[in-house]
Design a protein around this ligand. Sequence first.
Ligand code: HEC
Ligand code: HEC
Length: 593
Amino acid sequence: MKRAGKKFMLLFATAMALPAFAADLRVDFLPQFNGAPLTFDALKYQTAAGQKISVSRLDLLASEIALRRADGIWLGQTNWFAYISTRDGKTSFSLEHIPPGNYDRVRFQIGLPPQINHADAAQWPAGHALNPDVNHLYWGWSREYVFLALEGGWQNSGSESGFSFHLATDRELMTVELPVALDLNSSSEIQIALDIGKIFSAPNKIELSETSNATHSRTNDSLADQLRQNIEGAFAIVGQASRLSLTQKTSETGATPVLPLIAPNATPYRFSFSKFFPQPDLPRDNPLTGEGVALGGKLFFDRRLSSNNRLSCATCHRPNDAFSDPRRFSRGVGGEIGTRNAMALENLAWKDSFFWDGRAKTLREQALQPIQNPIEMHESLADVVAKISADTYYPRLFANAFGSPEITSDKIARALEQFLLVQVSFDSKYDRVIIGATNFTAQEQRGFKLFNTEYDPYHGQFGADCFHCHGGPLLQSQDFANNGLDSAFTDLGRYKITQRAGDAGKFSVPSLRNVAVTAPYMHDGRFRTLEEVVEHYCTGMKRSATLDPNLAKHPDGGVPLSTDDKKALVAFLKTLTDEKYLRAAAPPALAAK
Ligand code: HEC
Ligand code: HEC
């Protein structure tokens, strides 16, 4: 969680000098159900309407926090925002420099003031709560944020269905005000419960049904209005404490920082991307340089990275196919085949975990894995270092990038990381349409609309509902989801890494950029064509406990689309191809060797 870093100010009054001493306040959100701590993904909670539900997501944006001093004056911060994601444990934030004294009320908003909600989302720096790459709550298609997302499953006469509540639009901005008894003379902490039982019960009783299992807060959507009222009353202060050891407790994980490694004369690399993309969080300890990127490119295409000197990264990640592999399963050095389809490589600077199951946290960590994987390149790092150290050119290239000619596996990983980070695709027909440089055909336009419209027949919406997961200018999300491929899983996916039952059968949501050239599709490459993929979302959907609520709320089989709709959707997906990216990826100089 980003620290607020700004001073508390008097609201509705002229500025006053702040006392030299000021306190910090840490605020912790605790998700609960009827007063008890919430367990995610468990279909065991009973709502006031007598229905059994589970909760898989509770994310929100908070803003405009203020505390009321004992003399009745509100002190607060207007440019203050926090992103809370309870399932991932992002539940706290700290307020700094609060004038000492007694406070009796705390107030904040769920959602964003209109001028922020409709401002350019690409302005927010990496790591900022409002950066769409951080909060995954930005609806690129309507250019505004979701204020609160609550999703889960519910028991619908024997089978499990899904619900998906997305509170958004200026009309649904929520204000929460709670009594506190804070004596801020030392650093303190308050705990605020958000009770999901109350969101379903008071003042409005929410009963789930096929007509009320989702809201996108469209105008005249009474479910959204009811939920807003319920949410405003679902918060309560449940604990507070003085925090003497605040700084130790909230300081970062304690890992020793890795220092940048950079040659003094290296040329900074000009990293450019679409003005619609969020600001990426580039690794500060591996600054991009022209020399580093070029070296990474050379390594990417170098077969000496494998034990039999026959496989390079590019063997399985083919540049002209957006670095994907047309084979369902790639073959390793000994001809072994794996169980997963090689992923397309693009816009990796906007991802925070890698592989279908997200097992690598950084590209630097990721890059060394295929080299050593016995069914991929099956080579030891020591051998790779020895082989390329004997090369005539490499030592000089390493010196140009990193300042000294020695070759180490860390430097190899850094160079590959730089090369992977700069593979940015943002010049497809779709991008040109967004900036008004060209137009979609009528069919593509229809597909685009279907892609970005929910399927909610009771509110007159008959879309294909793809944007929930593949939305925004990157057409990817940083999330993992079960998109209904199987009812029993041969590959447990994300579960293998987290061991959480609720993650079984979930896989990284892939970017759909260049998707026309990245066949076959899905983690196991089971579909050969985009038509087959679209058919899956329309008729092939399989229910299971972890099926994403945004899909589980649809009728059995999936979203019912007409033949023309399906064709339109495929036509739209084909506009995501970036010819320039496919050509630029393999400049002849890099492909040599
Ligand atoms: C034998 C084929 C093969 C080779 C060689 C190979 N890869 Fe991969 N790559 C894969 C497969 C398969 C996956 C998905 C694996 C998984 O999810 O378990 C993958 C995934 C990745 C990803 C994750 C992308 C994402 O969006 O999460 C990156 C990055 C990557 N490879 C880079 C490399 C680099 C760099 C090299 C060379 C050092 C390399 N690969 C060599 C097959 C290969
Ligand atoms: C609930 C989230 C979710 C929704 C909604 C969703 N997808 Fe997906 N999509 C995924 C996930 C997760 C995968 C990867 C699944 C796997 O490989 O196991 C995926 C994979 C794909 C792929 C294959 C990409 C590749 O590189 O292999 C395509 C194409 C695709 N989706 C298109 C669509 C379309 C079109 C829609 C709307 C009809 C849609 N998706 C709706 C989550 C979703």
